[in-house]
Structures are given as C-alpha cells and as structure tokens.
Ligand binder design. Structure first.
Ligand code: HEM
Length: 479
C-alpha cells in the first residue's frame, strides 16, 4: 500500500542550469557525492540528464541497503535497457526478489572464489603470455593491456572459451552498451554506428561459439571442465520458462563482460599506484618472488599474500570503479528523517565512506597500513563497499580478488615497469565506469626472467591445466 508523504523533500544539491548536476557528476562522481554528503547529510537530491534522483549516502545508507534493500529497492528499471539491447526480457542484474535469488544461486559456483582458485594456472599463464608480448622500452596503453588479460582470463575460466580473437569487439561493444544504456553518459545512437554494429555481430558470433562448445554435457567433453555456461544451460533445460532462450545471451556472455570495466580498471589503478610508490612496488615484488614455486602460485600461497592484498584493498577504496548503484523505490520508506516515496529513483552512493576522514584518516593518502590487523579500518560496519551492497552485491567479488592478486603479482614478477612519461599524473575517465584515462601508459624497462625460464614455466603451466580438478556442475551437486 502506498504511504502518504509526511516529510519535506530532501535538500537539493546545487545544480547547473539546463543540465542539472550532470557535468559535476560526470567529472568524478565519487568526489561529487562525498562533497554533497558533507554539506547536506545522508539524503539529498540531484538532477542529472533530465532525471531527478534522491541520493542516499554514508555508512547508514549501505547498512540500509544490505539489511532492507530486498523489500524497498528494485533493480529492474536501471538495467532493463541493457537487457532490451541484448534481446532479453531480464537478467541477473535486473531481476528482483525470489526470481533474482534463484538466478543468483545458479551462477554462484561458476563465479566463485574457489572456482577461480582451482584455475590459478590459467590466470597466471594468460597473464604471463600477455606480459611476454609487451614490447621492450616502448609505451604500452595501460588500461587496454589489462583489459586484454582480464577478459581472456574470465572467458577462458568461466565460459571455457578464450575470447582472444574477439577482444577488441568485446571492448567496443560492451563499453558503448554500458555508457549508452546503463549509465547514459553517451547517446544511444552510438550503438547504431557501423563500428559498434560490426562489434555486436562479432559478439553474436562468439555467443554461438560458446553455445556450440557446450552442446554436449561436460562429462562427454574431453579435457573440459563444467563451468558457468553448463550451469546456465542446465537451468534453461530444467525450466525453460524461468530462463528462456531469449535471456540466455546476457547470462552466457557474462564472463566476457564482467571483468572489462571492473577487474581490468582496478588492476590499471593498482599498477598506477605501484608505479607512483616505488617502496610498495619493491615490497610487492619481493613478496611475489618469495611466493611463486616452480611455474605457479598455489591457492595457499595466493591466500598468504599480504602486501599484494593490502595494495588491492587500498586501490579498491581509493579508486572504486562502481561509486554508486541506482534503484527504483518499490515500497515507501523512511531514511534519516525523510520519507522516500515509492516510484522514486534513488542512487545509493555506496563508496562515499571510502573518502571520509572519520573512517579512513587522511583519505586522500594511499596507505596500505590501514588494513593491518591493528587497524582494520575497512571492517567498520557499512564503510567499505567497493563491490556494492544489498541483494545484488557483486557475485564475483571472490573471483575478482583472486584475479587481481594473481594478475598483479605475476606482472611485477615478470617485468620491471615504469610510467611513460615518468611524470604522468592520473586522470580518471568517467565512462562507462571510472578508469585511468587513455594517457596512462607504461613501458617495460627490463624483463625479470630469461625467455628460457619463461618458456619453461609456460610449458609446465599447460601440463598443470590438464591435471586440474573437474568442477561438478550445479545440477549434479549434492542437495
Ligand atoms: C574489481 C572488480 C569488481 C567490482 C568492483 C565489481 C563491482 C560490482 C558491483 C558494484 C555490482 C552491483 C551492481 C548493482 O548493484 O547494480 C556487481 C554485480 C555483479 N558482479 Fe561484479 N565487480 C567486479 C568484478 C566482477 C567479476 C570478476 C565478476 C565475475 C566473475 C563479477 C560478477 C558480477 C555479477 C554476476 C553481478 C550481478 C550480481 C547480482 O545482480 O546479483 N563482478 N559487481
């Protein structure tokens, strides 16, 4: 039942004529929300791209979404244009309530930390192959280099297919799709340009390949693990009404999409931070050298990484790639003294606490000591949310942590890198999600391993893959 509105409207953030706050938000959305939170408190309104949003911010907002998000907030409207563009009626991100929980459960194993840990050899082997191809002493585009690595890793592991021949198409199509249909920072007409249409056709080709590769059950495929796609197809066959053919494409292509603007951007930010802090780079390199045995890292040695893990946490705090989540209010609720009515569009500025002095002293300083057992600043309730909050909190967070640690530790072990130019200062590009801008480049100063050593390791990695454990698909799992 709709409740009467009983409180005044929340304060409005200062807007610019015509375009509302869109300009201010586009620059650095995290900083904009933090400034408004400090000025106006945990609820305020912004105007962006002809739409009005109520922003909820601070630890209290994150705790509210975590505890009550299912009852009061709906995801559907924010993601439905993405689904439509993919020809789907709905997807994990746009589902709510019981059907969301069911769909999420089906994808849990394929996106889990343990699934990634069992395939560390792939993560490391792919990274090493790409690093070996970086030219010596020439500028390498930072974000692109990491997008190549991460997309190959995720596709290979979670969908059983290396997307190497499709990487540029994936980058062009997915980034345009997100910026045009989800964050709406770019005009939708971009999706109809010949370049993007061609990329889309290639994505459909990749989808057909992935489907064909999974036509036979995993037990009937030699040398293949059951993966996320097998789990999705099993659900489709078991209940085609719940997961119809039309909705399979965004789900099956998830592994090729999920890492591009998340893990890759985080790794690029992390690389920038390391190259700006030579002391940290030295400590992380020493840790990497001490942790590899023979060809690879074992799951145990990855878990024991300490400096690497803390550099990753500080990167996720300072440079969150998802500073906020957007929702529709499904039931009227009270928050911080205001009534937020059903039907309202809300932005939950999940990472505002990352930049607040009271939770992270000197928030502008890259400081990995925050995460020592004595300080544990990120453990305060509601303050650390790089992976979002509530029912849609990142399903691949564990997978992502493994991929970030294994990728970055392999890179620093393989090559000595430097910023190019050395005095480059980070500029954040906002679309579709925050990432280092195109001018972020590095060069390989020297290779830290001989090519014989590298080749030897690559060979042994490949033989390691053949012997790895098979994953049991969800439909065969014990109840
Ligand atoms: C640094 C890396 C990553 C970050 C910061 C990140 C962040 C997020 C955030 C904020 C959301 C919530 C979106 C919303 O509520 O609207 C999300 C959802 C999701 N993420 Fe990630 N993500 C990362 C990597 C990954 C990876 C590697 C995977 C897959 C292996 C993945 C799979 C997913 C899935 C499937 C969802 C949808 C969950 C649902 O709707 O229930 N993410 N992620």
């Amino acid at each position: 039942m709709t409740q009467a509105i009983t409180s005044p409207a929340p304060p409005a953030a200062p807007g610019l004529p015509l375009v509302g706050d869109a300009f201010a938000m586009a620059g650095n959305v995290g900083r904009f929300f933090t400034e408004q939170y400090l000025r106006l408190g945990p609820v305020f309104r912004v105007q962006a791209l002809q739409r009005r949003f109520t922003v909820l911010a601070g630890p209290e907002a994150n705790l509210f979404v975590t505890r009550q998000g299912t009852t009061y907030l709906r995801s559907r409207e924010f993601w439905m244009d993405f689904d439509w563009e993919m020809g789907a009626g709905r997807s994990l991100l746009s589902m709510d309530g019981a059907e969301h929980a069911r769909m999420r459960k089906a994808q849990k194993t394929g996106y889990s930390r343990s699934f990634a840990l069992e395939r560390l050899d792939d993560v490391i082997g792919i990274t090493r192959g790409e690093v070996a191809a970086w030219p010596l002493d020439e500028p390498v585009p930072g974000l692109y280099a990491l997008q190549r690595i991460v997309t190959d890793q995720l596709g290979t592991i979670a969908a059983g297919i290396s997307p190497r021949d499709y990487l540029d198409d994936i980058i062009v199509y997915v980034r345009t799709l997100l910026a045009a249909r989800v964050t709406r920072q770019r005009p939708a007409v971009l999706l109809r340009t010949p370049r993007v249409r061609r990329a889309r056709e290639r994505i459909e080709e990749l989808y057909a390949k992935v489907r064909a590769a999974h036509e036979r059950a995993p037990d009937e495929r030699p040398d293949a693990d059951a993966d996320l796609v097998d789990d999705l197809l099993a659900l489709h066959h078991e209940d085609p009404q719940f997961l119809p053919e039309t909705d399979l494409m965004p789900a099956v292509l998830g592994p090729f999409i999920a890492g591009l603007d998340t893990v890759a951007s985080t790794c690029a930010f992390m690389l920038y931070a390391l190259l700006k802090h030579p002391d940290l780079l030295e400590r992380m390199t020493a840790e990497a050298d001490a942790s590899f045995t023979d060809a690879t890292l074992t799951p145990d040695s990855l878990r024991r990484l300490d400096v690497t893990h803390r550099v990753a946490l500080e990167t996720l705090r300072m440079y969150p790639i998802a500073p906020a989540i957007t929702r529709t209010v499904s039931n009227t609720f009270e928050f911080a003294g205001y009534t937020i009515p059903a039907g309202e569009q809300v932005i939950v500025a999940t990472t505002v606490p990352h930049h607040l002095e009271r939770h992270f002293p000197e928030p502008g300083r890259f400081d990995i000591e925050r995460y020592t057992p004595a300080r544990q600043e990120h453990r305060q309730p509601g303050v650390f949310a790089p992976f979002g909050a509530g029912p849609h909190v990142c399903l691949g967070a564990g997978f992502a942590e493994v991929a970030i640690a294994a990728t970055m530790t392999t890179i620093v072990r393989e090559a000595e890198l430097a910023l190019d130019p050395p005095d480059y200062v980070l500029k954040i590009s906002p679309a579709p999600t925050p990432s280092p801008d195109d001018r972020f480049r590095f060069r390989v100063v020297r290779r830290r391993r001989s090519s014989a050593e590298r080749d030897g390791r690559l060979r042994s990695t490949r033989s390691g893959q053949a012997g790895r454990q098979r994953h049991r698909p969800a439909r065969q799992a014990a109840p």
